[in-house]
Design a protein around this ligand. Structure first.
Ligand SMILES: [Zn+2]
Length: 253
């Protein structure tokens, strides 16, 4: 199993080695570690150095976070160039949705995304996308404009017609532990081919229902696979194996 989207830099630095050992023992082979801003990108790259066989580093600017300063964006582009060989993807990038009151945030991040996709194309890097609800369609248009081959719509919450366009474009979609208790995600699951499905925790983001008060870690991947099996049927081992293969294909691992 591979966690296709986790904010590993937000976990306690000191206890991380023993935690990772525990996750590995439970069958978690690797993680796709995304970043939220420039300093988070440096941290993720440092984690990749510390755990080279476990951590795949993605660097990016999360669109729900505050605007990056222009010198941070310049430094980020240099970092992409300098560390290209250690970078698995650009992410988490995308469009803001949850803070509509912030003036011009959408136009700022649309411009930034447009620019970062140019870099993804140039460096042949996959992208890890935050593109929820109505923003998914705009992001899909930009991906096509830039001829991006590898893209992952993390924790997809978009409309059904956009989902089928994403599937037709051969991009990937992931589900979180929310799949186990939320009807919307269960319906989604039935409309994504198993060959384009990824699983993620978005940890340390916390979940409800049976996951309430539990620390979110890649140990929850097993729960997600169980819930996929309940929803779709079929042998669990095959599901887990196929999803792992998808993650490797999406992120060119
Ligand atoms: Zn995230």
């Amino acid at each position: 199993m591979i966690d296709a989207h986790i904010h590993l830099d937000q976990y306690d630095y000191l206890t991380l080695p023993e935690k990772i050992a525990q996750w590995q023992q439970a069958g978690v082979k690797q993680v796709i570690a995304v970043s939220t801003d420039l300093s988070s990108s440096y941290k993720t790259l440092e984690l990749q150095l510390r755990f080279p066989h476990f951590v795949n580093a993605c660097i990016g600017f999360h669109p729900e976070f505050s605007y990056p300063k222009s010198h941070d964006v310049i430094e980020f582009k240099q970092l992409l160039k300098d560390e290209r060989s250690r970078i698995t993807a650009i992410g988490e990038i995308g469009l803001p949705h949850y803070e509509p009151k912030q003036v011009d945030k959408l136009s700022f991040f649309t411009e930034l995304l447009d620019e970062l996709l140019l870099y993804a194309y140039r460096y042949e890097l996959p992208v890890s996308l935050h593109a929820v609800h109505d923003k998914a369609a705009t992001v899909l248009t930009l991906l096509k404009k830039h001829k991006i081959k590898q893209a992952h719509f993390h924790w997809f919450k978009g409309p059904h017609d956009v989902l089928s366009d994403i599937v037709n474009a051969q991009y990937y979609i992931s589900v979180t532990p929310e799949l186990c208790y939320r009807k919307r995600d269960q319906l989604l699951l039935h409309n994504v081919p198993l060959t384009q499905l990824l699983i993620e925790t978005d940890g340390p983001w916390q979940y409800n229902d049976s996951f309430q008060k539990q620390e979110t870690t890649p140990l929850m991947l097993k729960n997600i696979v169980d819930c996929i099996e309940q929803q779709l049927g079929g042998p669990k081992l095959n599901i887990a194996r196929q999803i792992e293969l998808n993650t490797k294909q999406c992120y060119l691992l």
